[in-house]
Ligand binder design. Structure first.
Ligand code: FAD
Ligand code: SF4
Length: 326
């Protein structure tokens, strides 16, 4: 590990000022960043601890949620309103990592955690364009069972690892950002980038920009999250689906679907949603919509199974929601 300074910020302006003083990184629970520093993949000169900033979980006037970026994942998953009105959010968090890690991890840090591509972490043995631009990518021609089937480029096929982000993407969540230039709000679906020829840029964040909160609009549809993985705990998604469905008179009046484990960013299934909205709510329609979403999927050597797995998981999750009267 390289030497670094540590400062704990008392409020957001403080954090932004401290982070502007050189090669600094914000520190949430440290469960990803400190690992990357230990491996010398991240080499910040300064850490600005932001866990003392707002971590409140509030209901908004319209029935949505405003979650401070410093909220711990466990606190969000256990919150009464989250569990009862946004069950997919709660289930997505609990499907991730271990209880100990969730107790430390923050919402801001979970959104900005880096890919788990094993070549990215193997600094001394593998080539990785995300770690070192222009170096090449050993995953594309290597062992790529966990990699992306949607949105990848010839320069990078890493998947985005966050479960929480998949649920946030399905629910039209917005990310509140603050920097020395002021405040802005972005849909979560626009925060993460596809790799293109610049895989080193994970997001559209500006230098020093701080996530202050995440806003989730009210949701009246039934929702859930399903994660398919190699082990029942402590494993990243092969495929995951967050979905919300509202059916009136047998017709789909509201549907939101997002996928994890299949793309370099949380993948909102806009094509499947458009195919379903206003049509009959049947398993056959769900399957057809899933097929449409995956029509452009491009498998690598080891991950073609994800196409069928994603189709089946989308269909099963939506069919399961038909029985939820919410
Ligand atoms: C063994 C293991 C298994 C795991 N399994 C899963 C899993 O199945 N699913 C899953 O989703 N996750 C999983 N994780 C990842 C874990 O959820 C993340 O490490 C955690 O959510 C990151 O949160 P943190 O607060 O510790 O972030 P940190 O490690 O502190 O920070 C991560 C990044 O976010 C930045 N950051 C933090 N807060 C802010 C902010 N407010 N504004 C701007 N930037 C900020 C940091 O600078 C850093 O770049 C696993 C991790 C481990 C170690
Ligand atoms: S897939 Fe992306 S993260 Fe993985 S080795 Fe290739 S460039 Fe690096």
């Amino acid at each position: 590990m390289n030497p670094f300074t540590y400062t704990r910020a008392a409020h957001a302006d403080d954090a932004i000022r401290l982070a502007g003083e050189g090669n600094a990184r914000y520190l949430g629970g440290g469960t990803n960043l400190v690992d990357l520093m230990r491996e010398t993949i991240e080499r910040p000169a300064a850490l600005v601890d932001v866990t003392g900033l707002s971590g409140t979980i509030e209901e908004t006037a319209d029935g949505g949620l405003l979650i401070g970026a410093a909220a711990r994942n466990t606190a969000v998953a256990e919150h009464r309103v989250v569990r009862t009105r946004f069950p997919a959010l709660s289930r997505a968090i609990v499907a991730g990592a271990s209880a100990q890690i969730r107790n430390m991890a923050t919402v801001g840090g979970n959104i900005l955690q880096r890919t788990r591509c094993s070549y990215f972490y193997d600094e001394s043995g593998s080539r990785c364009n995300k770690r070192q631009p222009g170096q090449g990518c050993d995953a594309i021609g290597g062992f790529n069972r966990m990699h992306a089937i949607l949105g990848a480029s010839p320069d990078c096929a890493a998947t985005h690892p966050s479960d929480l982000c998949v649920a946030l993407a399905a629910f039209d969540a917005k990310v509140h950002l603050r920097s020395a230039d002021g405040e802005r709000t972005l849909p979560l679906t626009e925060l993460h980038r596809l790799p293109g020829n610049q895989p080193e840029k994970d997001t559209v964040l500006r230098p020093g920009e701080l996530i202050t909160a995440v806003e989730v609009p009210a949701l009246t549809a039934a929702s859930t999250y399903r994660k398919v993985r190699d082990r029942s705990s402590y494993a990243f998604a092969l495929v995951s689906v967050a979905a919300a469905l509202r059916v009136e008179g047998g017709v789909v009046s509201d549907v939101r679907i997002a996928l994890g484990g299949v793309a370099p960013k949380p993948w909102r299934a806009w094509t499947a949603e458009a195919a379903l909205r206003g049509g009959p709510a049947t398993a056959r329609q769900f399957h057809t919509a899933a097929e449409a979403e995956l029509a452009d999927a491009v498998p690598l050597r080891d991950n073609a199974f994800k196409i069928e797995l994603a189709r089946r998981t989308i269909t099963a999750v939506l069919t399961g929601l038909l029985g939820d009267p919410r």
